[in-house]
Design a protein around this ligand. Structure first.
Ligand SMILES: Nc1nc2c(ncn2[C@@H]2O[C@H](COP(=O)(O)OP(=O)(O)OP(=O)(O)O)[C@@H](O)[C@H]2O)c(=O)[nH]1
Ligand SMILES: [Mg+2]
Length: 205
């Protein structure tokens, strides 16, 4: 398990709301973040398949909560992006409501991967989610995704800045990532496996 290269997942179901989510089975890790930050691309990178989750150049691609069962145990959930301005206001409100509800009440949610574009870190939605995770004691891995878009120095500067800003939150860890190049993949995989398989009541017990 230590040198796992990718996660084997199978699509389970899509849900428009918390009520329609599948019955909890094992620990769940959700991928949250602003629209277009690369949540679905990160998932595809982790599974080694471009087909796991739908990716688009147009923000607002993921409009439902998409559940993927992980072979080793537990589930990954691709959430609709926050702040997609072009969606109809009513549609956007419905997605955000379903995401908020899911994050607040999903009983088997054990951790969140917060995906940000490294060029635009810590937008209002991100800090809101980080505050919520801090208050709820939910572990969070912050990904500075699209790191391939920055040179090494700029990447390191952003990483340091974000680390400093989150220094007071013991539940949040930050890392650089690139869904395109695979940078940071091994580090993230190790954490995910820990969350999914290292939990009481999961397949490893
Ligand atoms: N260069 C680069 N582009 C990326 C990376 N990750 C994602 N992208 C691109 O960013 C765009 C949005 O990616 P998605 O994975 O669909 O983003 P999302 O966060 O799932 O978006 P929503 O479903 O709208 O919330 C696509 O054009 C991706 O190819 C990355 O690490 N590097
Ligand atoms: Mg998506």
């Amino acid at each position: 398990m230590a040198d796992l290269q990718r996660l084997e997942v199978s699509f389970l179901t899509s849900a428009p709301s918390l009520r329609k989510c599948p019955p909890p089975q094992g620990p769940e890790v959700a991928f949250a973040g602003r629209s277009n930050a690369g949540k679905s691309s990160v998932l595809n990178r982790l599974t080694g398949s471009r087909q796991t989750a739908r990716v688009s150049k147009t923000p607002g691609r993921t409009q439902l909560l998409n559940f993927f069962a992980v072979r080793e145990g537990g589930c990954l959930v691709d959430l609709p992006g926050y702040g997609y301005a072009k969606a109809q206001k009513s549609t956007q409100a419905a997605w955000q409501e379903s995401v908020n509800e899911y994050l607040s009440y999903r009983e088997n949610l054990v951790a969140v991967v917060l995906v940000m574009d490294i060029r635009h870190p810590l937008q209002p939605f991100d800090t809101h989610l980080l505050d919520w995770a801090h208050d709820s004691g939910i572990p969070m891995r912050v990904l500075l995704n699209k790191a391939d878009k920055l040179k090494h120095g700029a990447r390191q500067n952003t990483l340091r800045n974000v680390q400093q800003k989150l220094a007071g939150n013991p539940f949040a860890q930050v890392q650089s990532f690139s869904a395109t190049s695979g940078l940071g993949q091994a580090e993230l995989l190790e954490t995910l496996v820990d969350w999914l398989v290292g939990q009481p009541g999961s397949a490893a017990d």
